[in-house]
Design a protein around this ligand. Structure first.
Ligand code: FES
Length: 403
């Protein structure tokens, strides 16, 4: 936005892409004066700026605090999400390229969100932050929201448009701390320090700003602030228990049965798996796929937790969805059921919600009935969750996928 310093009574032009729109004296004004002076269009951007700033800051911190997000082995991790995006996104080749470094990708995304949120709230490198918000939202739209139909159900495109509006509008000099307004300002050539004193008149009394210098300094400060916020959040995240130690039991749990835990009715209970020792044998994925199935969980672990998350082996024969996450649930009537855990809406990973006894998608709230073959209970999809055939071997204490 072409902005002049008319607010402070001069006509010094400010660059269209000035990263620090507020003149120093404007930032010095009390908030009430700033708001009085603002145009309706500048005021109209304030709620968007506040909401987007808080939301992106929160989203970044939330990702860092989430013990599952950066853990490649945890359900719902960034690695899981990239795996889904690699199947559905128009950016699939790019996603596949970065997939091996999923924790680093997650960390960069979280840091970017924190920086963008802080930039929006403080005015630091504001337009650059807003453009970053637009780019990140577009990236989310092309990956996480790509399969959302109709498109207006997805939040990322509106975010991108909102960020573009903020990048065009700038801060208008509103709610920008004085220190930010002056960051990167320089006195003219070798102007004496007194030239910066407040109350002196004429352009000589104003700090002469170089847009590129301002941008550089403000971006550096913004980056530093973001790292400080992240450095506070990350220790908290590591102090919390890993996701695999709670919830529905992430990973290919095979803890082995204990006495009295292997007598449950339900899914077909035939087909002992040759060569498998259930008791305490870790790494169910290491077993080759047999005609009778591949053990993916122990009955004991499902009984203990009510449900366990699994990964369908990459070499699982068709029609099993090789490589997909899955979930095995013990129903109230004692039966065991297994589902492909990729949501039929847009591919997020569903998880067992023990409180409501439903399979729940965290993205848009789709709920599936495990007791009714994955039928849709609620949410923006009409397609049931695919049920996978399993074999429950009470003797070996294992639950296996059946091709
Ligand atoms: Fe939208 Fe699951 S991905 S409800």
């Amino acid at each position: 936005m072409q902005q002049t310093s008319s607010m402070r009574g001069t006509t010094t032009p400010v660059s269209r892409f000035d990263p620090a729109p507020p003149p120093a004296s404007a930032a010095d004004d009390p908030l009430a004066a700033q708001l009085r002076r603002a145009t309706p269009s500048q005021l109209a951007l304030l709620p968007i700026r506040a909401f987007f700033g808080v939301t992106f800051l929160y989203a970044g911190i939330d990702k860092l605090l989430d013990p599952a997000f950066l853990d490649p082995a945890a359900p719902g991790s960034i690695g899981d999400q990239l795996q889904v995006f690699a199947r559905v996104s128009p950016l699939a080749p790019l996603v596949r390229l970065v997939e091996p470094w999923s924790p680093a990708v997650g960390l960069v995304v979280a840091l970017a969100e924190i920086a963008i949120g802080l930039g929006a709230l403080t005015g630091l490198a504001f337009r650059a932050a807003a453009l970053g918000g637009a780019a990140l939202s577009l990236l989310f739209f092309l990956t996480a929201s790509w399969t959302t139909h109709p498109y207006y159900y997805g939040p990322d495109l509106p975010y991108a448009i909102g960020w573009i509006a903020l990048a065009i509008g700038g801060t208008g000099g509103l709610l920008v701390p004085r220190a930010v307004g002056r960051l990167g300002a320089t006195t003219r050539a070798s102007a004496p320090p007194g030239a910066l004193r407040e109350g002196t008149s004429s352009a000589m009394s104003e700090p002469a700003a170089s847009p590129s210098r301002r941008l550089l300094l403000q971006a550096a400060v913004l980056g530093g602030l973001s790292l400080i916020v992240a450095s506070v959040a990350l220790p908290v995240r590591f102090a919390r228990p890993a996701s695999s130690a709670e919830g529905d039991g992430a990973g290919l749990s095979n803890d082995g049965p204990s006495a009295g835990e292997t007598t449950s009715p339900g899914a077909s209970s035939t087909g002992a798996i040759p060569g498998r020792s259930p008791a305490g044998s870790p790494g169910a994925t290491a077993a080759p796929f047999r005609p009778t199935g591949l053990a993916v969980a122990s009955i004991a672990s499902v009984d203990r937790k009510g449900a366990v998350s699994i990964r369908i082996p990459a070499d699982a024969p068709s029609p099993l969805p090789a490589g997909d996450p899955g979930v095995i649930v013990r129903l109230a009537d004692g039966r065991y059921v297994c589902f492909d855990a990729v949501c039929t809406h847009e591919g997020c990973r569903v998880a067992w919600d023990a409180r409501d006894s439903v399979l729940l998608c965290p993205c848009h709230g789709a709920a599936f009935d495990a007791a009714d073959h994955g039928a849709v209970l609620a949410g923006p999809t009409n397609t049931p969750l695919p049920e996978l055939p399993i074999v429950v071997d009470k003797v070996a204490g294992t639950i296996s996928l059946r091709a």
